[in-house]
Design a protein. Sequence first.
Length: 301
Amino acid sequence: MTATEASSAGQPTRPAAVGPAPDVLDLDRLCAQIRQLSARYQSAQPFPHIVLENFLEEEAARLAIDEFPALNSEEWNSFIHANESKFSNTRPETWGPTLRAALDVFQSPRFVAFLSQLTGIDDLLVDESLMGGGLHQSVAGGFLNIHADFTVHPSHRTWRRRVNLLLYLNKEWPAAYGGDLELWSTDMKRCEVSVAPVANRAVIFTTAADSFHGHPDPLRCPPGMARQSMALYYFTEEDSPLVRSTEYRARPEDGPVRSTVIYVDKQVLRAYDWTKRRLGISDHSAGRILGRIERLRRPRR
């Protein structure tokens, strides 16, 4: 399903807001709490993480949600295959002013310094290309199987992925819709933390080979609604980091058939990731290719 098809299927059209952006984040407030926040982060299980409520300033959060673009244009990249069903927008020039202002803050030297203090990881780098990040949304039936993220930036062989920032931008999100972010034990035996994607809630966590997370059950939101977020990834530079594509895993309850589908799709995506890195394929082109592959896999009616 393309972005245009998703729009015609019930996703509403909302024009981007115009006008100056408000102050988006009270960094002084966060920095004043850094000792407590860092202690919470680094002691959290199943891997270092923190959940922060009311992350943006109240007016900024309201405007960011109102500005969130609908799936009505080709600016959205589709990632639809056996292990995920979602869309991403990695073109900030198509975003509203508050969303762009939030991105600027999250990529600013002061905020990156705050992240380094929070996580204990020095010399973090921002990814201005937003490869894999940007704005994300999933419509009814969307999901993201449990996984550990790719380890190295596709366009920078020496950039090791270290930290994820997720900011939820859903105006309303009843528990019945599902879509909670699940953080799983490193041995993939149990879900240890579940985080509902409610408005203006941020999740920051360390990405490692066993930082398993996702929202694997299909969304139950009605047509015209979507699970919306902004995702930013931060890296460090290393001489020879281990390169590994996204590591999808089956849950104990998934059963042999679903587990096999997850594994086979992971292997296909691993080969695709190898090709993408060597040819320098963009997220937009990648989404179009995945869309074609998914259409070929669908049974003919």
